[in-house]
Design a protein. Structure first.
Length: 308
């Protein structure tokens, strides 16, 4: 392993672990830590990464004679906040702390300002690419100063599909997570449109449409071809009725932030907001309201109410 190290990643979940793998395959050396020690040790054995026993140990294992880069891939909110506060006393002037997870951009702006008061650099990097990022590269949206980007650029290039493609210095601190937030809002809308479209196709029983065949057809030459369509077509090919799948769709939080931002800026975002509401409905949030509607309909029209 090349020494000394100046880079560590904290959090080796589906995204963080594969990002560490991609960096390792690009010949870059880094320290790694996950709260699950088995995950840390297994990934270290698989790659040229150096396992650390704690976030503090990962940071302290980095070279003292150059700026250290610490990349966090942790759930947004309290876990990220607590980890930053734990590490903050150990960071030195000129070090760079990166939040590569899905934090609220307002938190990133606040954290960047607090760290800057100590001379510590901060970057917020929105990461898209999912489980396919390891093989194909990630799309990276970075908010940071020019000084921070200069330190981070080789690491962004190693993650991206190409050195000059797939990563962007989007603007100052906060801009990276803001762009990723809007990206996820758009994603919600696109996914909802595909879901509704295939529901319409499946409901036309007299045509007996082959949904898997339609999905595969649209992947070639149509204006709606996309990676989301690729995923949909693959799922329908495996099970055209999606039997055994519960109609429950989680939301990561960024769709909520996008809808709120639309309200705060006075920008209409009906598609993205409605897609978010559809996810809430799938989670059972509409159940009681639907019961109220059924009782109202019974009350004024005498319509039957279905019992459980």
């Amino acid at each position: 392993m090349t020494s000394p190290l100046n880079f560590a990643i904290i959090g080796l979940g589906k995204m963080g672990g594969n990002m560490a793998r991609r960096w390792s395959r690009a010949g870059r050396s880094l320290a790694i830590f996950d709260q699950d020690s088995a995950v840390t040790q297994d990934l270290a054995a698989e790659t040229n990464c150096r396992a650390a026993s704690s976030p503090e140990a990962a940071l302290q294992s980095l070279a003292a004679d150059q700026p250290r880069i610490l990349w966090l891939m942790l759930p947004s909110g309290k876990i990220t906040e607590d980890t930053i506060e734990r590490l903050r006393p150990l960071l030195r002037k000129g070090d760079l702390l990166v939040d590569g997870a899905n934090s609220n951009y307002k938190d990133s702006v606040r954290r960047g300002a607090a760290l800057a008061s100590q001379g510590i650099l901060f970057a917020d990097v929105g990461v898209s690419g999912g489980v396919h990022g390891l093989a194909n590269g990630y799309c990276l949206m970075a908010g940071a100063s020019d000084e921070a980007i200069a330190l981070l650029k080789p690491w962004l290039q190693a993650l991206a599909p190409k050195d000059d493609t797939g990563w962007l210095h989007a603007g100052p601190v906060g801009a990276g997570h803001y762009v990723k937030m809007v990206h996820n809002g758009i994603e919600y809308g696109m996914m909802q449109a595909f879901a509704e479209g295939f529901a319409l196709l499946g409901a036309k029983k007299e045509f007996d449409l082959d949904l898997a065949a339609v999905g595969e057809l649209w992947r070639h030459g149509s204006v709606v071809r996309s990676w989301l369509l690729d995923l949909t077509a693959a799922a329908l090919k495996e099970d055209s009725k999606l039997e055994g799948i519960q109609p429950y769709v989680s939301d990561s939080g960024e769709g909520r932030w996008t809808a709120i931002e639309g309200v705060e800026l006075g920008i209409p975002t009906p598609v993205m907001t409605t897609a978010l509401m559809a996810r809430f409905a799938s989670q059972g949030s509409a159940d009681f309201g639907s019961k109220v509607l059924a009782k109202m309909r019974q009350g004024f029209g005498g319509h039957a109410v279905k019992s459980v």
